[in-house]
Design a protein around this ligand. Structure first.
Ligand code: ADP
Ligand code: MG
Length: 469
């Protein structure tokens, strides 16, 4: 069949959609345009337009294999993908001014404290940025859990308002680095583009300042300040929930900044669709640009963070102490930092060397206890509700794949909550301990190989941990 660029790309998209998460698909593939399909040197070349250099790098880094195999399936072995990468040069005054460059897809990659904003001078308005200089990119440890948020933050810091990612929303639980990353964007811009007006505020400070402005009859001063900002960073937007007047004001400021090509960076403690009490029109705007989530750090990242934080305070920790902390303090980075400080204090006061024994003693309150608050039955209910199946089906002797997978996942979460293999087996229709071990292995395999599945597991884990805290 003779393809056009468009029909070939549509067919590729249909395959890609089955292999990536819905959010990944919208973020990375829906903004690509097929521009040409040519035959050269016996090769079918499909060129797709990519909205920004960072977007291209991400596709090449994360989806190169998928793109290559998809293209071969649609256009045959002798096919090659080309990217036309758009470089948005000057968002102001002429946002249409774009150039682009063309690159072939690579073929040899492996998969892999704060005051209200004030004008400081009448004519050259400057605002106090509220940035904390120690939050920088080079102090941020990157792992699988935060890679996307980190690379997008860097791209935005290099070119605020100049990428397709406006607004940029970072979301994730407490202590995972949202504030750090947003502040790092601000600090980077302050260093490299000192003429830019930057303002970091939490949504609560925004609200308080707005209320004060109403009381003092200074609404127009308030909104003028915000409208002049080149990079507006608002932390924890979930606290806008239920504050209608503040949302209205923020909505106007948001629109104006966005239309003028000024960069907006937001954070929230959960995905936008789960934030309650925020008007639909504002929520949908939060999703216009790019959303990136932060997951709890994996073991490797926790180890790297501990090594780095220890060396920052001039401490060399024995390997078994690092291992003990990294294995036992798993929820977030703030707790890891707290654990280090506690350990250091204990060692100093007791004039003892830091050993695993001392670490166990010093950190006994930090080490997570089994989440006994959530019963196995409750976990089963939550998982079944999520997948829309009846709970009693988990106890059936069926080999139906969709039931087996849900059962295995429910077992996996029970194990995460520290129930023993034996206790889990008993409550899943009297199965034995080796069935549970096997289930957990299967879930781990799927997490490694299937991005859709991995996203669902993270989503569910958030719900379960939310209830078990
Ligand atoms: P959040 O805003 O998501 O609650 P923070 O940005 O305040 O989290 O991070 C909590 C602490 O952990 C801060 O001291 C921050 O510097 C540190 N931190 C978080 N993530 C990382 C990381 N990936 N590398 C180094 N430090 C981190
Ligand atoms: Mg924060």
């Amino acid at each position: 069949m003779a393809y056009t660029a468009e029909s070939a790309w549509n067919e590729c998209l249909a395959i890609i959609q089955d292999n990536v998460s819905p959010q990944g698909f919208v973020t990375w593939f829906s903004k690509l345009d097929p521009v040409a399909l040519t035959e050269e040197d016996g090769e079918s070349r499909l060129t797709i337009r990519v909205p920004a250099p960072f977007h291209y790098e991400y596709l090449e880094g994360q989806y190169n294999l998928l793109l290559r195999s998809t293209l071969s399936r649609v256009l045959g072995e002798n096919s090659q993908l080309y990217y036309e990468v758009v470089v948005l040069q000057a968002p102001k005054p002429n946002p249409e001014h774009k150039t682009s460059y063309k690159v072939p897809a690579s073929t040899d990659r492996h998969p892999e404290a704060i005051t209200p904003p004030q004008l400081t001078e009448a004519n050259t308005p400057k605002v106090k940025s509220n940035l904390v200089g120690s939050y920088t990119f080079d102090k941020f440890i990157v792992g699988d859990c935060n890679n996307l948020a980190y690379s997008a933050s860097k791209a935005i810091a290099d070119s605020p308002g100049g990428t397709a990612y406006n607004p940029f929303l970072i979301y994730g639980g407490v202590g995972l680095g949202k504030t750090h990353l947003m502040q790092a964007i601000g600090n980077h811009v302050r260093e490299w583009k000192p003429e830019k007006r930057i303002l970091y505020v939490s949504s609560e400070q925004f609200t308080n300042n707005f209320v004060r402005a109403i009381q003092k009859n200074q609404i127009s001063d308030f909104s003028n300040i915000y409208r002049q900002i080149d990079l507006l960073i608002i932390d924890d937007v979930q606290f806008f929930g239920g504050k209608e007047k503040t949302q209205e004001e923020f909505f106007c400021i948001f629109n104006e900044l966005q239309q003028n090509g000024n960069q907006i960076v937001l954070s929230a403690d959960r995905p936008p669709k789960e934030i309650s009490g925020i008007e639909e029109r504002l929520l949908s705007r939060f999703c216009w640009g790019l959303q990136a989530d932060l997951q709890p750090p994996d073991l490797e990242t926790r180890t790297a963070i501990l090594l780095r934080k220890a060396s920052e305070i001039g401490l060399t920790l024995p390997g078994d102490v690092i291992d003990f902390i990294a294995h036992n303090i798993t929820k977030n980075v703030r707790e890891l930092e707290g654990a280090l400080v506690r350990l250091l204090a204990q060692a100093t006061y007791s004039k003892q060397e830091i050993t695993e024994t001392l670490a166990k003693q010093a950190l006994k309150d930090f080490v997570q206890r089994p989440h006994a608050t959530l019963s196995i039955d409750r976990v089963q209910k939550l998982v079944c509700e999520y997948f829309g199946i009846d709970q009693h089906r988990l106890h059936e002797k069926t080999k139906k794949r969709e039931i087996v997978q849900v059962r295995q996942l429910a077992m996996y979460f029970c194990r995460e909550l520290d129930y023993t293999h034996k206790a889990i087996g008993l409550q899943f229709g009297g199965r034995d301990h080796s069935t549970v071990v096997h289930a957990i292995k299967s879930v781990n395999n799927l997490i490694e190989t299937d991005i859709n599945y991995r996203n669902r597991v993270s989503d569910l884990r958030r719900k379960i941990h939310f209830l078990s805290d």
